[in-house]
Structure formats: structure tokens, C-alpha cells
Design a binder for this molecule. Structure first.
Ligand code: FES
Length: 105
């Protein structure tokens, strides 16, 4: 299912923008001029990542410090048992909006 996030051009560099769609809590993040869409739920104990910190190519959960790749959703800073990767969803920008390819509910 393709979801149109209107006015995505307003998501500035290094901003983390949480939103809900199809029963999922998601994030739109811009880094290096590019938009990324990923789950707003840490793969460790499920904390919201919207309050996390962006680092180079990753988002870091503020609770225990695990970082997830914006590109793949995989843990990048250390191996951690019982920590799942995040879902990441393809995004393309079109006319100031973002078109996000989400899995069907
Ligand atoms: S809940 Fe996010 S790192 Fe533990």
C-alpha cells in the first residue's frame, strides 16, 4: 500500500517526524537530504524512537542506547540479544510529498 505523506518537504534536515498510518507508529526522518521511513518502536523493549537521537546513518534509542541503521533497520552499534531490527519502508519524494511503500495491513 502506498501512503502519501503530504508536505514532506517541511521535514527538515535532521528532523524526526512521528506519524501513524494503518495502525502503525512510524517515523519520517531526513538525513543528508534524503527521507527515510521506519518503525517508531525500538526493537529492544519497544520504546518510541521519536525521542531518540540521530547519528550518522542511524537513530539511537534513548533508553539503552541501541542504534539502528536508517537504511536497513539493523542494529549498528553493538550486538544485543533479544533486539529485533526495525521495519524500514521505501520512500520517494514527489511534488513536496513523500510516497511511502507500506506493507498491506
Ligand atoms: S528500549 Fe530501546 S534500547 Fe532498550
Amino acid at each position: 500500500m502506498e501512503f502519501r505523506f503530504t508536505n514532506a518537504a517541511s521535514v527538515g534536515e535532521a528532523e524526526i517526524h512521528p506519524f501513524h498510518q494503518g495502525g502503525k507508529s512510524l517515523l519520517l526522518v531526513r538525513q543528508g537530504g534524503r527521507l527515510y521511513c521506519l518503525d517508531n518502536k525500538c526493537g529492544h523493549f519497544g520504546a518510541p524512537l521519536a525521542t531518540g537521537k540521530l547519528t550518522q546513518g542511524a537513530i539511537q534509542c534513548e533508553v539503552h542506547g541501541i542504534s539502528f541503521s536508517l537504511e536497513t533497520g539493523q542494529v549498528v552499534n553493538r550486538p544485543w540479544e533479544r533486539c529485533r531490527s526495525l521495519g524500514v519502508y521505501p520512500v520517494r519524494e514527489e511534488g513536496g510529498d513523500a510516497l511511502v511503500d507500506l506493507p498491506d495491513a
